[in-house]
Design a protein. Sequence first.
Length: 60
Amino acid sequence: MNPRTTLLAVGEVLAWWAALVVLWLMLISTVYTLEWVVGAGAAGIGALVARAGRRAVSHR
């Protein structure tokens, strides 16, 4: 992969991660440190799955 492709991939994952963290924060009532850690981790996994799903659909 060239640097531009890598940068776009990282940007896409970060955008998905940020969107999912915001959604997580909107859905919980109180924000504790443990919830931040769990939410950030779940959003990271979700971001990677979203990118993989988008790539799988777009390469048909």
